[in-house]
Design a protein around this ligand. Structure first.
Ligand code: ADP
Ligand code: ADP
Length: 228
């Protein structure tokens, strides 16, 4: 599903954020990406949705080699991948409904299909009753639910999340994790960078630890592994 072969990423300022990463993530897996600040977790994730291009090496998503992808094919890739951010990145002037429908409208789905699909995913995240609200009228946890709904509305095979619970209190974080688990149960591959030790140590999944741009640990059902 997601394959990286000897991926190296050097930023223009000389920082090497991926220093020869090789990994294989299969369809339906749930993977945590852990490691200290500055280790290269965000870069690892950005390489998967082509926010960053590797300096060398290959990134292959669902059979598509991103290294060879033309710029005009990037929207096609983005439809196969959902992305969830720490700071939600919702469009502030659009309602909950519109924020989720947006992703479908750009691919010219039939209006009736759009309505059904948007309401289905909003029901899944428990926000069907708030469709007309603006992001500013919602709590952080509710905003993250909207952003998860947006990420899955196209039925992607993979959802990538960069610290999705980073701005949320512990109770809300658990609620958000339950939604990710449900999405994973439906067959969607989840890759999630996180600093949340309690969650990683409780909801046991594959743990990939990155340090200095390298995978230093990769264990199924592993623990968070860092103190303090
Ligand atoms: P993490 O997510 O683990 O905190 P990052 O992937 O964000 O790590 O960063 C890895 C290293 O790359 C850090 O030294 C960071 O400062 C650097 N870095 C990240 N993004 C950029 C960028 N756009 N330009 C230059 N350096 C960057
Ligand atoms: P997070 O780890 O919370 O996702 P980062 O600190 O890695 O956030 O990055 C925030 C933004 O700043 C990203 O768009 C990243 O590319 C950029 N960035 C991070 N480190 C640097 C850096 N050293 N120089 C330039 N841009 C950077």
């Amino acid at each position: 599903m997601i394959e990286m072969n000897n991926v190296y990423k050097k930023y223009p300022n000389g920082v090497v954020a991926a220093n020869g990463i090789t990994v294989d993530i299969r369809q339906g897996e749930f993977v945590y990406v852990v490691g200290p600040s500055g280790a290269g977790k965000s870069t690892f994730i950005k390489l998967m949705y082509r926010e960053e291009k590797p300096t060398s090496g290959d990134v292959i998503i669902n059979g598509t080699n991103l290294t060879k992808l033309k710029n005009n094919q990037v929207p096609f890739l983005r439809r196969q991948l959902g992305v969830v951010f720490q700071d939600f990145k919702l469009l502030p002037r659009l309602t909950v409904y519109e924020n989720v429908a947006f992703a479908l409208e750009v691919i010219e789905e039939h209006p009736k299909q759009i309505r059904k699909r948007v309401m289905d995913v909003l029901e899944l995240v428990g926000l069907k009753h708030k469709v007309r609200m603006l992001p500013s009228e919602l709590s952080g946890g509710e905003q993250q639910r909207v952003s998860i709904a947006r990420s899955i509305v196209n039925m992607p095979k993979v959802v990538i999340a960069d610290e999705p619970t980073g701005n949320l209190d512990p109770e809300t974080s658990w609620e958000i994790m339950n939604i990710f688990e449900e999405i994973n149960t439906m067959g969607t591959t989840i890759v999630m960078a996180t600093h949340n030790r309690e969650i990683v140590n409780t909801i046991r999944k594959r743990v990939i630890a990155i340090e200095g741009g390298l995978i230093v640990r990769d264990v199924n059902g592993g623990d968070y592994g860092y103190e303090g």
